[in-house]
Design a protein around this ligand. Structure first.
Ligand SMILES: [Zn+2]
Length: 147
């Protein structure tokens, strides 16, 4: 049996076709919003399947180890998988919140300064709520205060 290792959920989703902005199209037009909503729903689906797989994997493996040293390794693997699942759950919650914002037509603008976050940045990070400048600044502050 091939050894499976838990992988951290990616903060990005790649299973989509980049949006083609039409000439003269307004930022966050209804069509654009729909594009991101579809993208987020697909991403959520993928993550939920991932959570399922982790669950199955753990249930399958639980019965397979009799040797105590194997069990120790297994426990380590399990705690890693549980952490991964926890992150997946948090990410799914974040996606739900983002979809909610799309439904309220409150998507794509920086929470801090109000500028357009930008289609390409949002495609790379669909749950982003800050523009690149504010995000960079926030990260610098985080590093300085150590929080
Ligand atoms: Zn900003």
């Amino acid at each position: 049996m091939a050894k499976k290792t838990a992988q951290a959920p990616s903060e990005t989703f790649t299973g989509f076709t980049p949006y083609e902005i039409k000439k003269g199209e307004d930022y966050m037009s209804a069509e654009m919003l729909q594009h991101f909503k579809d993208l987020l729903l697909d991403w959520k689906q993928e993550l939920m399947e991932e959570v399922d797989r982790t669950m199955h994997h753990m249930q399958e493996d639980a019965a397979n180890y009799a040797d105590p040293s194997d069990r120790a390794t297994q426990e380590e693997e399990f705690s890693l998988e549980l952490r991964t699942r926890d992150r997946e759950r948090k990410l799914i919650k974040k996606i739900d919140k983002t979809i909610d914002r799309i439904d309220k037509d409150d998507y794509g603008f920086c929470d801090q300064c109000g500028v357009e976050i930008g289609i390409r940045r949002l495609e790379a990070r669909p749950t982003a709520t800050l523009c690149i400048d504010c995000k960079t600044l926030a990260e610098i502050r985080e590093r300085q205060t150590g929080i």
